[in-house]
Design a binder for this molecule. Structure first.
Ligand code: ADP
Ligand code: MG
Length: 244
């Protein structure tokens, strides 16, 4: 069996008295796309942020590439090969597309040639970013800002990419383009991906495996196809029950 690239065991996290994660177990193997689905407030973003140490785990263990990072300071985790595109995109509105991408590269430790190569890869994956290279981030459409947020995360040349609700608020066509880019990164570049989504349909079609998070607990896991076929998943997240 291949060792997981990311392993989360019995993870608990809280905001004061609000327990957002109540003992979560989750594994991601190298080369996998794993989807974490769940309704608004289930704890999906908290799980992603806890990997970066904000908030800190109350109990449990987070192991990345064989290294226990449960107590590692956030700025050090950011320098490991993990990158995230947070919920709500959070690009620098006043900076150009080019500058936003450079900011992503600064967090990494790569040579000029490596940076040029990854920049070219990002601009090939998202041709819209090439067209709008000198434009300010704040003037981009929602979909373009999402592409920029993902592109910026890629600039640090991560092995594991964490995406928090990349489809939120986007039109179906743009969502499809973004999901196709994620698929290409996984297939062609071997990138391992954790994608957090309320949009269960798209996410489970994209992912090799998925987990369902309900009130801070994993209630189901399986292959993307298995979960899509489960009546409970269909009822809660697909057929009218989807809270987007
Ligand atoms: N900064 C915060 N302070 C207090 N409670 C929070 C904070 N962020 C999230 N929560 C609470 O933690 C729970 C999980 O939230 P979150 O991880 O954002 O869920 P999701 O991403 O699945 O919508 C919710 O009950 C939410 O209200
Ligand atoms: Mg969230």
């Amino acid at each position: 069996m291949t060792a997981p690239l990311l392993s989360i065991e019995n993870l608990r996290a809280a905001y004061g008295k609000i327990e957002a994660l109540k003992g979560v177990d989750l594994d991601i193997k190298p080369g996998e796309i794993v989807a974490l689905i769940g309704a608004n407030g289930a704890g999906k973003s908290t799980l992603m942020m806890t990997i970066f140490g904000k908030p800190r785990a109350k109990t449990g263990r987070i192991v990345f590439d064989g290294v226990d990072i449960t107590d590692t300071p956030t700025h050090q985790i950011a320098r490991m090969s993990i990158a995230q595109s947070p919920e709500g995109r959070r690009i620098f509105q006043r900076m150009s597309v080019a500058e936003n991408l450079q900011m992503g590269a600064d967090a990494g430790n790569s040579t000029d040639a490596e940076r040029a190569a990854v920049l070219e890869r990002v601009l090939t994956l998202f041709p819209r970013l090439r067209e709008r290279y000198s434009q300010r981030g704040g003037t981009l459409s929602g979909g373009e800002q999402q592409m920029l947020a993902i592109g910026r995360a890629l600039m640090s040349r991560p092995r594991l990419l964490l995406l928090d609700e990349p489809s939120l608020g986007l039109a179906p066509l743009i969502t499809r383009q973004i999901f196709e880019a994620i698929r290409a990164l996984n297939k062609q570049d071997g990138l391992t991906v954790l994608i957090v989504e309320q949009n269960a349909n798209h996410a489970l079609r994209l992912a090799h495996r998925g987990y369902v998070l309900v009130n801070g607990l994993i209630t189901m896991s399986g292959s993307g196809a298995e979960l899509l076929a489960r009546p409970e998943v269909r009822a809660a997240y697909l057929e009218g029950g989807r809270k987007v």
